[in-house]
Design a protein around this ligand. Structure first.
Ligand code: SF4
Length: 202
């Protein structure tokens, strides 16, 4: 557990406990984990811990660099491929608690990103800064490297455009969870076959 408890040195706060206090037993709160070199080894530990909070679930994205940014903070393609396989295994175990479809997860693979990013569905969402000024192109701004994009909103929109039924169901899930009075019942196993064959990858 200590491996996933961060301390925000900038604001001098225990961020993990702060998030827990907000998200605990809140079906209308979905956690978002942005995966990078600092945290990618702790994804399973993180999911195991937050699954005990009985909240709305968790989604994943990869940190998206600016064009030309080669900082080691960002995962390499091979690491992303392996990480997506781990996310798919978590999806098999945690089911709807991972609030993304299998296809939306698969579309985070670099070999998939190279296919969809030139036609990224930026029309699906308008991004606006806290001061009200619209952000050009997408939430990451015009300098972001589309070929290394890790945006889970975009992968969900692409999967929806492919007609993926699980994605349609997952996109409506947060609202249903928030309004449901029944206890959390999302930990399900699934044997649904995986799509998204990138021939040179597992
Ligand atoms: S960086 Fe922005 S525009 Fe480019 S692929 Fe990602 S979400 Fe789309």
């Amino acid at each position: 557990m200590s491996s996933i408890r961060g301390f925000d040195n900038l604001h001098k706060r225990d961020v993990f406990e702060l998030v827990r206090s907000v998200a605990y037993e809140r079906k209308d709160v979905i956690l978002a984990m942005t995966i990078n070199r600092l945290n990618f080894e702790h994804i399973e530990t993180f999911v195991r811990e937050v699954s005990m909070w009985h909240g709305g679930g968790v989604v994943f994205s990869f940190s998206t660099p600016y064009v030309g940014d080669q900082q080691p903070f960002y995962l390499k393609d091979e690491q992303k491929e392996q990480t997506v396989q781990r996310l798919l295994r978590l999806k098999d175990v945690y089911g709807d608690f991972i609030v993304m479809s299998r296809r939306a997860l698969e579309l985070l693979r670099p070999c998939e990103v190279s296919r969809w990013s030139p036609q990224c569905p930026t029309w699906a969402a308008k991004s606006i800064r806290s001061d009200g000024i619209p952000i050009e192109r997408c939430i990451f701004g015009p300098k972001a490297d589309c070929s290394r994009c890790g945006c889970n909103i975009s992968t969900s929109m692409v999967a929806l455009g492919e007609g993926d039924r699980e994605t349609a169901r997952m996109l409506s899930l947060p609202m249903r969870l928030a309004t449901a009075a029944a206890p959390h019942e999302s930990i399900v196993a699934s044997s649904q076959p995986r799509r998204g064959d990138c021939s040179s990858n597992p």
